[in-house]
Design a protein around this ligand. Structure first.
Ligand code: AMP
Length: 222
């Protein structure tokens, strides 16, 4: 399967991407995670991305397109993947189509998570994540609390709240999201790839919704 997940920040697409990757053998490519790691390591891409990420703005298209293209240009490009957080603009979608064409890859589906802004703002304030590279587990104090408060269940690292999860920054990110999602969704809708996923409810329920939709999509494509 080759999937793209679209949705507002904090809609749960990172959590679902992780589940989809673990349960279906897909490579999880999260541009937010890649950029945060580049910032932590102070690479040239990280230094350029930092001021944008900090303010909740999108990094320039050429920067994120290069980061993704680099992953696909390695000796072992991912055959099966779930993209989380990319593309976010129409220009990125067009650039990514070129990458796909180079490899003769077709997309299976583009899943658009539906959830209200009010719920996003409430959810993000409750979000904690593990900063350890290679773990990156996420928690929610209500729906998915860690076993020991403040500590990652998997690796024991102290959990953090992301800088860009502050309420003002989340509101700015939602404005950017709403500006871009129309043209982006339209681009994939005309290709009959776009499927809407109700983003409310428990994690396993949302995962089940996704699998139902993917089964329907597979039948449509036959
Ligand atoms: P995320 O973890 O996906 O919410 O991404 C965190 C931040 O990384 C975003 O607020 C942007 O600053 C940046 N970012 C991640 N993916 C992209 C993208 N596809 N285009 C532009 N900026 C991005």
């Amino acid at each position: 399967m080759r999937l793209i997940l679209l949705g507002p920040p904090g809609c749960g697409k990172g959590t679902q991407a992780k589940l989809l990757s673990e349960r279906n053998g897909l490579e999880h490519i999260g541009t937010g995670d890649i950029l945060r790691e580049a910032i932590r390591q102070q690479t040239p891409a990280g230094l350029r991305a930092h001021p944008y990420v900090e303010k909740g703005q999108l990094v320039p298209d050429d920067l994120v397109n290069d980061v993704v293209a680099e992953r696909f240009n390695l000796n072992d490009p991912p055959e099966c993947f779930v993209l989380d957080g990319y593309p976010r603009t129409l220009a990125q979608a067009v650039a990514f189509d070129q990458v796909l064409r180079q490899h003769y890859f077709d997309l299976t589906a583009v899943l658009l998570f539906q959830i209200s802004d009010e719920e996003i703002i409430a959810r993000v304030g409750e979000r904690w994540s593990c900063p350890k590279p290679g773990c990156k587990a996420t928690y929610h104090t209500q729906s998915k609390p860690p076993k020991v408060p403040g500590i990652c269940d998997y690796c024991g690292t102290k959990l953090i709240q992301r800088e860009d999860d502050r309420p003002e920054t989340v509101k700015a990110r939602l404005v950017v999201y709403h500006k871009n999602i129309g043209p982006l969704a339209g681009y994939y809708r005309v290709q009959e790839l776009l499927r809407e996923v109700p983003g409310h409810g428990a994690i396993e329920q949302v995962y089940a919704n996704i699998m139902t939709i993917l089964n329907e999509q597979a039948k449509r494509k036959c």
